[in-house]
Design a protein around this ligand. Sequence first.
Ligand code: NCD
Length: 343
Amino acid sequence: MNSWHHKHILTLENFSKEDFKIVIELAHKFNSLNSFEIENLPSLKGSLITSLFFEPSTRTKNSFELAAKRLSADFLSFHPSSSSLSKGETCLDTARTYCSMGSSILIIRHSLNNIPFEIAKNLDSLGLKTSVLNAGDGFHSHPSQGLLDLYTLTKFFSPTNLDPNILLKKTILIIGDILHSRVARSNIWSLSAFGANIVLCGPKTLIPDEFANFLSSKHQDEIEDPIRDRGKITISRSLEQSIKNADAVITLRLQKERMKTNLLNSVKSYSDDYCLTTQKLDLCDKEIPVLHPGPINREVEISSQIVDSYSNCLINDQVANGVPVRMALLYLLSTVNLGFRAI
Ligand code: NCD
């Protein structure tokens, strides 16, 4: 645990295997304590954590809030519609306002790529100690989702000893709107780190061919990839074909709010090809786990039958796991910020 060194959590591109393991092992510890009967842990008592969600959210926002409360932190929640944004205040000045109130962590979601990065850079340049936790920026990055999906899949495949290396050479099929999905990008970083091979499945308009080079092209002129032996990415246009070899499947919502032009002939034709149904799932000879980050659009990307009756549908587990994973992230950032505290 003492080897945690990230002041901000903005992306999973710079996470080592050790970083991933620290998070999921701590989350697992919190998970075992997380029940209705126990009292909140005192770990972050006296700290102030603030969420700045410039874009709507149900799961992520509330599970961060619950995570902070489970650790006894004070929690402030910023609401754009009733804030001074309407008076012309910028996101950056809003963030700095909450730093001045003593926030040790700002949890930021924004519809534009890189806003949490820019805020973190600005706070650092001012010498402020506040950490930034990216809760989703545009189509770029959603680290806490990538981590909770890694935790959920690791727990599924390795329930007794929680070893993410169990993902080595597993085929994870991610279906749908990869182009606009920060979840897909963060999942690619977290799952490929332990050698899982990723198959991206969908039409060319939502998964351009260049995505096959995503992992190598990202690191060209930036920091060196801390992981040398990542799994590979391939692209498939056929769900019927690719499901046959999958060990797990992640379905995604069509992110219509980010589509600048019409990328589909019709939602009906998209669903005919790419909606995950029990008929398509039956083409795989194993009972593979099915994940979805939510919010789900029933019968568009996933059928109600799978959501409501398939025993390996892990959507509710993902939501439940989001709380201990986010507790782990808040806790780890506070060890950088405030010095180590006992759980
Ligand atoms: C996702 C998001 O906001 O990126 N949801 C989430 O955080 N659970 C996916 C989506 O909006 O489709």
